[in-house]
Design a protein around this ligand. Structure first.
Ligand code: ADP
Ligand code: MG
Length: 569
C-alpha cells in the first residue's frame, strides 16, 4: 500500500554529491543555511499561490520553520509549513538538477578541489548539502491543498539512489530529518544550531523557531514568586524581511548573508545598494554586484533579473524586465508598492511602472559603480576584470546612459606598458595634447597585435596616447560609441589620418616634398595589386614601416571584418 519505489539519482546529482562531500568539509554548517533557505522559499511560494486560492493555508497562515535536534538519536530536524511537495515534485526536485546552466557547470569542473569547490559555491549546493553532514536523509512532505493521504516520504543515503513511498501526513509542508554521520554528531546540539542560525539566517523573513523548555516557577529572595513559563516554540531570528528594515539597523554581515540567500552564491558580494524610492513610483530595491562572474555569464539567455516582491509578497524569481541585459550580472530584489499582486511576466513586459523602476535601478547600478570607481579604484578593477566586457555591451543597448557607461569603461593604452585595462576616458582626456581634439584608439586581435601595430608609429613619435583594444566586443562597442565628453573617437586604422592642429606647418612642407620624390609609385603599386585594393595612397602616419593596410572611413574596420567572418557572415 505504501507504494515504495527506488530511483537512481541523475548522473549529475551523483557527481555533485561526491564533489560536495569532498570539497566542502571546511564549510559544513552551510547545510543549515540551505535547508532554512528552502523552507523560506517554500513559504514565499505558498503565500504567492494563496493569493488566488486562500484555502491553501488550511487555516494555518503562521508560516514558520521549526528546528530541533535529538542528541541521543544523532538527528537534526527542519520542518516547515510552506508549499510542500507531492510525489512527483519530490522525484523531480530531489533527484535531478533542474537548474539551467548545469551542463556548463559540469564542463567547467577541473578536478582541482580548491577550484571546484569555488565553482560549486557559485552553482549553489542547495538541498544536496544535507549529505555533507548526514549519511541518511529523510524528507516527509505533503503539498498545500492535497489530502493528508497524499503525503510522500523520500529517503536516501546520498549514494546512488533514493526511495519514495506514500505516507499519511496531517500537516502541510516539508519535514527533513538528518541522521548525522558518526563524526558530525556535534550538530545535534541546540546551541550549535542556534548559533548557526544567528550567523546565516538572521535575515530570513519567516521565523525560525526552536523549542524552549518550560521555565519552572521560581521564588526570589523576597519571597516573590515568578510564575512558570510553559515550554514553547521561540523565534531565534528577527524574521522581518531584511529590505524593509532601516539601513542603519542592518549589518554588513546581514547584507552579505541575504545576498547568499537570494543569489545562491557562496562568496560575499563586492557591493550592495539598498534604497527606498518614494514619489510617483514607490519601491524598495536591494541590488548587489557579485565579486565573481558566474561561469555562464556569456550566455545572454541565462536566467537573470531581480527577485520581485509586491507589497512584501514574493511574486517571481528572475524578473528580467527590471535590468538591462548589459547589467545581467546584478543580483537583488525589488519590492513594489504599485504593481498589482496578480502581476505576470506578460503584464510586466509592457508597463509604465516597470519602465520607471527599470530606469531607476539602472541609474542606481551605474551610480554605485561610479562611486566605487572614485572611492576605491582597486576594488573597481576587480569589478572591471570580472564584468567589464559585459558592461561594454551597454552603449549599444542603452542610448540614454551612453555617456555614463562610457565613463565607467577602462582600457589598455600606449601610456602604460601593460595589457591591464586601467585607463578611463577621463584619464585619457586629462592627458590629451594641446590641440588634440579626438580620442584615438586601435582595435586588434590581441593586445600584442594592437601594441605593435605600425599605425601607432606616428602617435608614438608625437607622444599622443592611443587606447589599445583587443577584446572581441571592442569593435562592437566602438561602433556604438561616437563621442565622450564632446570628444569624438577616431580609429587610427581608418581612412585618412587627420591629426588636425597637431600637425605643424613645418612637417606639412616636409610631407609635400617627400611625396614629390616618389611620384608615380602609388600608381604602379595600384596597378600591381589590381582589384585587391580600392586605392593606394601616400601616408605620413608611418615612421618605420614601409606600408600598411587601412579601411576607408565608411567601411568596416579590419577587426570587424574578421569578426563577421568568424560569425559566418
Ligand atoms: P534551489 O533552492 O536553488 O531551487 P535546492 O537544491 O535547494 O535548489 O532545492 C531544489 C528544489 O527542491 C527546490 O527548488 C524546491 O522545488 C524543492 N524543495 C526543497 N526544499 C523544499 C521545501 N522545504 N519545501 C518545498 N520544496 C522544497
Ligand atoms: Mg535552495
Amino acid at each position: 500500500t505504501a507504494h515504495q519505489e527506488t530511483h537512481g539519482f541523475q548522473t549529475e546529482v551523483k557527481q555533485l554529491l561526491q564533489l560536495m562531500i569532498h570539497s566542502l568539509y571546511s564549510n559544513k554548517e552551510i547545510f543549515l543555511r540551505e535547508l532554512v533557505s528552502n523552507a523560506a522559499d517554500a513559504a514565499d511560494k505558498l503565500r504567492f499561490k494563496a493569493l488566488s486560492d486562500p484555502s491553501l493555508f488550511e487555516n494555518d497562515g503562521d508560516l514558520a520553520v521549526k528546528l530541533s535536534a535529538d542528541k541521543d538519536a544523532g538527528t537534526v530536524t527542519i520542518s516547515d509549513n510552506g508549499i510542500g511537495m507531492n510525489r512527483n515534485d519530490v522525484i523531480e526536485h530531489l533527484g535531478t538538477i533542474a537548474k539551467s546552466g548545469t551542463k556548463e557547470f559540469f564542463n567547467h569542473l577541473s578536478g582541482d578541489q580548491a577550484k571546484d569547490s569555488q565553482l560549486i559555491g557559485q552553482f549553489g549546493v542547495g538541498f544536496y548539502s544535507a549529505f555533507i553532514v548526514a549519511d541518511n536523509v529523510i524528507v516527509r512532505s505533503r503539498a498545500a491543498g492535497d489530502d493528508p493521504s497524499k503525503g510522500v516520504e523520500w529517503q536516501s543515503a546520498g549514494e546512488g539512489e533514493f526511495t519514495v513511498k506514500d505516507i499519511e501526513k496531517a500537516d502541510r509542508g516539508t519535514e527533513i530529518i538528518l541522521h548525522l554521520r558518526e563524526d558530525e554528531k556535534e550538530f545535534a546540539d541546540e546551541w550549535r544550531l542556534r548559533s548557526i542560525i544567528t550567523k546565516y539566517s538572521e535575515h530570513i523573513s519567516i521565523p525560525v523557531k526552536m523549542w524552549k523548555d518550560e521555565v519552572p516557577e521560581s521564588e526570589g529572595e523576597d519571597g516573590e514568586k515568578t510564575p512558570a513559563i510553559p515550554g514553547q516554540w521561540e523565534s531565534v531570528n528577527k524574521a522581518t524581511a531584511l529590505w524593509t528594515r532601516d539601513k542603519s539597523d542592518i549589518s554588513e554581515d546581514e547584507y552579505n548573508e541575504f545576498y547568499k540567500h537570494i543569489s545562491h552564491d557562496f562568496a560575499d558580494p563586492l557591493l550592495h545598494a539598498h534604497n527606498k524610492v518614494e514619489g510617483k513610483t514607490e519601491y524598495t530595491s536591494l541590488l548587489y554586484i557579485p565579486s565573481k562572474a558566474p561561469y555562464d555569464l556569456w550566455n545572454r539567455d541565462q536566467n537573470h533579473g531581480l527577485k520581485l516582491y509586491v507589497q512584501r509578497v514574493f511574486i517571481m524569481d528572475d524578473a528580467e524586465q527590471f535590468m538591462p541585459i548589459y547589467l545581467r550580472f546584478v543580483k537583488g530584489l525589488l519590492d513594489s508598492n504599485d504593481l498589482p499582486l496578480n502581476v505576470s511576466r506578460e503584464i510586466l513586459q509592457d508597463n509604465k511602472i516597470t519602465q520607471a523602476i527599470r530606469q531607476g535601478c539602472t541609474k542606481r547600478v551605474l551610480q554605485m559603480l561610479e562611486r566605487l570607481a572614485k572611492k576605491d579604484a582597486e576594488k573597481y578593477q576587480v569589478f572591471w576584470s570580472e564584468f567589464g566586457n559585459v558592461l561594454k555591451e551597454g552603449p549599444a543597448e542603452d542610448f540614454a546612459n551612453k555617456e555614463k557607461i562610457a565613463g565607467l569603461l577602462r582600457f589598455a593604452s600606449t601610456e602604460n606598458d601593460s595589457d591591464a585595462q586601467t585607463v578611463s576616458l577621463d584619464d585619457y582626456i586629462s592627458r590629451m595634447k594641446e590641440g588634440q581634439e579626438k580620442i584615438y584608439f586601435i582595435t586588434a586581435d590581441s593586445y600584442t597585435a594592437a601594441k605593435s601595430s605600425p599605425h601607432l608609429e606616428i602617435f608614438r613619435k608625437k607622444g599622443i596616447e592611443v587606447l589599445l583594444m583587443s577584446d572581441r566586443i571592442d569593435e562592437w562597442l566602438m561602433s556604438h560609441l561616437s563621442e565622450y565628453n564632446e570628444k569624438s573617437f577616431q580609429s587610427v586604422t581608418r581612412g585618412a589620418l587627420d591629426l588636425g592642429d597637431l600637425e605643424d606647418e613645418e612637417s606639412k612642407k616636409e610631407h609635400e616634398k617627400a611625396e614629390k620624390e616618389v611620384e608615380g609609385l602609388t600608381e604602379r603599386v595600384k596597378a600591381a595589386l589590381g582589384d585587391k585594393v580600392v586605392d593606394v595612397k601616400f601616408t605620413h602616419r608611418l615612421t618605420n614601416s614601409p606600408a600598411c593596410i587601412v579601411t576607408d572611413e565608411q567601411g568596416m574596420t579590419t577587426q570587424m571584418i574578421k569578426l563577421m567572418q568568424a560569425a559566418g557572415q
